[in-house]
Design a protein around this ligand. Structure first.
Ligand code: NAI
Length: 324
């Protein structure tokens, strides 16, 4: 067994937390040889519920769990942490504008950024799940002084996995047979599922353009809303699963000949303004991701990219005061 690593999960008393924590504890995220110390963070009012979660982890007697820190204190919560899955965020309430959501979460992620900067391990890898996740990540990373900016990412893997399933279903193959697809842009209804290079069972695969525009893209963009309608609750198990996939791929790499989707600081590729937290197709090797370059962008896709870029620029402008 390797020495233990510290994994922080915020929003740990919430519904994503409840499906995610137990799978991380079982070794599904970092592998069967990697012991973990779980840092479970939530707000003061949620501490009773969080202690219940901690008791259930104890009662699983997980061989890989070497300690549990359940806390509402972020100094303790982020101390020496190697991986952080930032799920906790303020949800959008009735009548709340997107601007209000950005502002309220802006405060949370400014604060969390300071604690991570001051207390976390210098090699920390962060994935922001709490929405609006791209701009929350931008705000967070802005507080960081001496940890590389590329260690701060946001999650579009759920959108990627959703796209993979829709395409597999259409082509009559398994999700794992679908490769070379990616999500560009914001984790929001403007996201762009890019499939022009798609392969199924290692052969170039195409689907008709009308299905792409009228069925596929809307179904991926609206899948979250569809699940809320069905479950009366937002997607939780699939979101937790995607957060784990994001970290696992970041650590273990992408398969040869495939790529995945991560929202990362833009380096200007594909005309995306530098610094925006933007989802790109990436390959990962030795714990480092690189943007897949040179994918052909049709006028159809360029139109969609322009929209999602504009939305993220508008979001950045709305929180400009937090980025100084
Ligand atoms: P939930 O409401 O069940 O749980 C959220 C938890 O976060 C609560 O226990 C709350 O007390 C806690 N929390 C709030 N602010 C916090 C803070 N500053 N520090 C620590 N904990 C805090 O919500 P759920 O369903 O677990 O979703 C969490 C977030 O994940 C939401 O923002 C949701 O929009 C987002 N999400 C993102 C997805 C993505 O693809 N990026 C997919 C699905 C959900």
């Amino acid at each position: 067994l390797k020495p233990p690593v510290r994994v922080a999960i915020t929003g740990a008393a919430g519904q994503i937390g409840y499906s995610l924590i137990f799978r991380v504890a079982s070794g599904e995220m970092l592998g069967p040889n990697q012991p973990v110390i779980l840092h479970l963070i939530d707000l003061p009012f949620a501490m009773t519920a969080l202690n219940g979660v901690a008791m259930e982890i104890q009662d699983c007697a997980f061989p890989l769990v070497q300690g549990i820190v359940a806390t509402d204190n972020q100094t303790v919560g982020f101390k020496d942490v190697n991986y952080a899955l930032l799920v906790g965020a303020k949800p959008r309430g009735p009548g709340m504008e997107r601007g209000d959501l950005l502002k309220d979460n802006g405060k949370i992620f400014t604060e969390t950024g300071k604690y991570i900067n001051d207390h976390a391990s210098r090699d920390i890898k962060v994935v922001v799940v709490g929405n609006p996740c791209n701009t929350n990540c931008l705000i967070l990373a802005n507080q960081i002084k001496d940890i590389p900016k590329e260690n701060f990412t946001a999650m579009t893997r759920l959108d990627h996995n959703r796209a993979q399933y829709q395409l597999a279903d259409k082509l009559g193959v398994h999700s794992s047979d679908i490769r070379k697809i990616a999500i560009f842009g914001n984790h929001s209804p403007t996201m762009v599922p890019y499939i022009d290079q798609m392969t199924a069972k290692n052969h170039k695969a195409t689907v008709d353009q009308q299905w792409v525009t009228q069925t596929f893209i809307p179904s991926v963009q609206q899948r979250g809303a569809e699940i809320i309608k069905a479950r009366k609750l937002s997607s939780a198990a699939s979101a937790g699963n995607a957060a784990m996939n994001h970290i696992t791929t970041w650590v273990n790499g992408t398969a040869e000949g495939d790529y995945t989707s991560m929202a990362i600081p833009s380096d200007g590729s594909y005309g995306v303004p530098k610094g925006l937290i933007f989802s790109f197709p990436v390959t990962v090797k030795n714990g480092k991701y690189s943007i897949v370059q040179g994918l052909p962008i049709s006028p159809f896709y360029q139109g969609l990219l322009d929209k999602t870029i504009k939305e993220l620029v508008d979001e950045r402008n709305a929180v400009d005061h937090l980025l100084k």
